[in-house]
Write a protein that binds this ligand. Structure first.
Ligand code: SDX
Length: 392
């Protein structure tokens, strides 16, 4: 049989580890990072504070946060040779493929493994990737638009710096817009961790072989790219655009989503754990209204999204399957209003999820988890003798 009597496709009913980082209650729609509610963190903390909390377990004091930020800034230079790798990609390359490759390539310019028994070595690896990742994120966007690559501005906050690297014009001008900074900061907090989701489980299992932090993260980026996971935020916008092109005919898409013979799914709906509203979707929906009105953007796509949500929440197919909007349903509407191109949406998800992946990798290594190696139910051929090619 291959050693087991039953299997659990998609690990729907399998717990892979003990973790003290993130708590989810799918029935009640509760999400907490290290015991703090996502609602309070999104309202009262900033992204770097939340990154520190997820990774080290406590909200930082002022001194801890300042040291964390300055250590991150001291590692925000990416080796110039990485640009040669970026140059090799065509402009048409999807930024997620570029980001995963560049993250893996960082191992050529930084220590490949981390001595997890040394707090200092672990800390250095963490601030190194938190410093370099935003640069890589910005470079994937600059590459797509044929804009010069540059480094951040050490005088800026973490999120301000990301926006400036992404949007600064070739002649260096850029005006900070607090609406964009606050919106992105909140979105990154909401994406920062989510217990043992697909990409985090990928980071953990890659790291469980004692592969280094950077390459484990590169594996997570690849898993996140899939349209059933982080790639859904791009797929939602493409779906809403298609509905808009179709004259706003949501009924046609609802029918497609319910048709067993049609592979189309209502993107941004459903969740493995949340069988109630995704608490992040609730916060992002309110934020979408606020950001669009603050920016003076009137986007018909938002109305289509709300119409689709209303229909689905009243439709027995979705109600019976407890399918509600998830984190990806409204986030793209805000990214678009911020001027972030749709192919960059999942890259923004990765930027938010980075501290969660790092925290989970660190916990897995500190707890000396064994290498991940599940079994199977063998359903192939029984023994058969070799057949020479003449007899095949
Ligand atoms: C993220 O896990 C995480 O925490 C992920 C995440 C995170 O923060 O890391 O929250 C981020 O990935 C959010 C999810 C983004 N993906 C999408 O929006 C893609 C659309 N959603 C689905 O493909 C689906 O809902 C999943 C992948 C999210 C969950 O899939 P499951 O748990 O494996 O559920 P399933 O595929 O078994 O579906 C159960 C039923 C099926 O119908 P029946 O066979 O029972 O008749 O619900 C149906 C499905 O066909 N269904 C949908 C649907 N989602 C599920 N039908 C139409 N549209 C959908 N979106």
């Amino acid at each position: 049989t291959g050693g087991v009597t039953t299997i659990d496709p998609g690990y729907k009913n399998t717990g892979s580890c003990e973790s003290a980082i993130t708590f989810l209650d799918g029935e009640k729609g509760i999400l907490r990072y290290r015991g703090y509610s996502i609602e309070e963190l999104a309202e009262k903390a900033d992204f770097l504070e939340v990154a520190y909390l997820l990774i080290f377990g406590e909200l930082p004091t002022n001194e801890e946060l300042e040291r964390f930020h300055s250590d991150i800034k001291s590692h925000s230079v990416v080796d110039d040779d990485v640009k040669k790798i970026l140059d090799a990609f065509p402009k048409s390359a999807h930024p997620m493929g570029v980001l995963s490759s560049l993250t893996s390539a960082l191992t050529a310019f930084n220590p490949t493994s981390v001595d997890v028994n040394s707090e200092e070595a672990m800390y250095n690896a963490i601030v190194r990737i938190l410093g370099k990742f935003p640069v890589l994120v910005a470079w994937t966007m600059r590459k797509k638009h044929g804009l010069p690559l540059d480094y951040g501005d050490d005088k800026l906050g973490y999120v301000e710096n990301v926006l400036k690297m992404m949007f600064k014009s070739p002649n260096g001008e850029y005006e900070q817009n607090p609406i964009l900074v606050n919106a992105l900061d909140k979105l990154l907090i909401l994406h920062a961790d989510h217990e043992q989701n697909c990409s985090t489980s990928t980071v953990r299992i890659a790291g469980s072989s004692h592969a280094g932090l950077f390459v484990s993260l590169a594996s997570g980026i690849s898993a996140l790219w899939g349209p059933l996971h982080g790639g859904a935020n791009q797929a939602v916008l493409e779906m809403l655009e298609a509905i808009k092109e179709d004259g706003g005919d949501t009924k046609k898409y609802m029918a497609k989503a319910k048709d067993k013979n049609d592979p189309f799914r209502l993107m941004g709906f459903g969740h493995r754990v949340y069988k109630n509203f995704d608490p992040r979707a609730k916060i992002i929906k309110v934020a979408a209204d606020e950001v669009l009105s603050d920016l003076g953007v009137d986007d018909p796509i938002l109305d289509i999204a709300k119409g689709l949500e209303k229909e689905a929440l009243e439709d027995p197919y979705f109600v019976d399957r407890k399918l509600y909007p998830n984190v990806d349903f409204y986030s793209g509407i805000i990214y678009r209003a911020m001027g972030i191109p749709v192919e960059m949406f999942t890259v923004m998800f990765a930027l938010g999820r980075l501290p969660g992946w790092v925290a989970q990798w660190r916990e897995m290594r500190m707890r000396k988890e064994p290498i991940g190696r599940p079994r199977q139910l063998y359903i192939g051929e029984t023994y058969r003798p070799f057949k020479s090619i003449e007899k095949r």
